[in-house]
Design a protein around this ligand. Structure first.
Ligand SMILES: [Zn+2]
Ligand SMILES: [Zn+2]
Length: 366
């Protein structure tokens, strides 16, 4: 890896040292312009899960299960909405930055004049003294106290002021979605085994001989539909729900690991990068001086999304392997499937920690 061509510190403004016409401005929170596509996807997913879950799937539960079906995931969804909105809306900036009107044009950082964006606890861009735990986020263009990472799904920095809300939004999303997934599984299975169990609402009373007629958005605004629509809704919900819960679950485990080790995401990535560079230095001494200045630490990778995706695929292949081994013991068809899946599992997915290292390495190659 040629570290001589590394990009400059991406936690710093992008037009470093250039007297370009572009004026640097800071972002206040996740609602500040520009919005991020991931942020829009997040809200679309929330709408999809809420509409399909509470509008189509829960109303198909037997009547005695309806109160629990609405209340348990409903409380989680409402709580998630509150903490998610709070995490997006909070300004995580350093207290000194918030005290001044920092939304106007910012000073342009000149690398020829200063070696680092923050020197002796003074940020040359925010032009204030900041706390020792503050880092200057290049995306938000301001110093964030207790910087953990810049979250593209919130379109806001996660720092000390909103970390608790961020973590609660992850936990509540897993709980709420997990409960609705149970409902979706029930609907999907009963649809084939005993569909009458799903038709306990009074709208189905006169339709005993019309089993292809179904309703969505019961009981408030019943809309007549056909059987494939119910099946498609439940199937799509299960697929999207499993992927989302898998990724969020991995994110939660990762943050439990960080809390256990008293690290932030940012510190963890720096640690991993240092280890990676030490390994590479051992392998092949690099005569080129690194352009990365110690206190101008590299930015957090754009997102842990791909890292989480790789981990989910890793699990998928692990399950596939387990199923395949079982089939092999049963008959020769199982052996054939095992060969196919064993080849698939030779893809470079080994462990969550190795994915993070890979993610950091990929960032270096940007
Ligand atoms: Zn700053
Ligand atoms: Zn940020």
């Amino acid at each position: 890896m040629n570290i001589c061509n590394k990009p400059p510190n991406k936690t710093a403004p992008e037009n470093l040292g250039e007297a370009g016409p572009e004026v640097q401005r800071a972002r206040r929170n996740g609602w500040s312009w520009p919005l991020h596509p991931f942020q829009i996807i997040t809200w679309l997913l929330y709408l999809f899960f809420a509409l399909v879950g509470f509008g189509i799937l829960v109303p198909l539960l037997p009547i005695h299960w309806l109160p629990a079906g609405y209340i348990c995931p409903g409380v989680c969804f409402i709580y998630h909405l509150v903490v998610h909105l709070t995490a997006v809306s909070i300004d995580p900036a350093d207290a000194k930055v918030r005290e001044k009107n920092y939304l106007g044009p910012l000073a342009t950082f000149n690398r020829n004049q200063h070696a680092h964006v923050i020197e002796n606890h003074h940020c040359h861009v925010c032009d204030v003294n900041v706390s020792a735990k503050s880092k200057h986020c290049g995306t938000c263009n301001k110093c964030v106290h207790g910087f953990d990472h810049h979250c593209k799904w919130l379109n806001n920095c996660v720092g000390k002021r909103n970390y608790w809300f961020f973590l609660n939004s992850v936990v509540s999303a897993i709980l709420g979605l997990g409960l609705l997934l149970l409902v979706a599984f029930y609907v999907f299975v009963e649809f084939f085994l005993n569909p009458t169990m799903l038709r306990s609402d009074h709208h189905y009373e006169g339709l005993k001989n019309h089993t292809d007629v179904w309703f969505v958005f019961l009981p408030a605004v019943p809309v007549e539909t056909r059987a494939p629509a119910i099946l498609f809704s439940a199937g799509t919900f299960i697929l999207l729900g499993l992927v989302t819960v898998g990724l969020l679950g991995h994110l939660l485990i990762f943050h439990i690991y960080l809390m256990w080790n008293k690290l932030t995401t940012y510190e963890y990535i720096l640690q991993q990068r240092a280890q990676q560079e030490a390994k590479e230095a051992d392998k092949q001494p690099d005569p080129c001086p690194s352009q990365v200045i110690p206190s101008q630490v590299p930015a957090v990778p754009p997102t842990l999304f791909f890292h989480h995706l790789f981990w989910a695929l890793d699990c998928l292949f692990s399950f596939a392997n387990a199923a395949v081994c079982y089939s092999r013991a049963v008959n020769r068809v199982g052996e054939l499937i095992w060969v196919v899946f064993s080849r698939a599992s030779s893809l470079p997915f080994s462990s969550p920690s190795s994915h993070i290292t890979a993610c950091v390495s990929m960032k270096e190659d940007d």
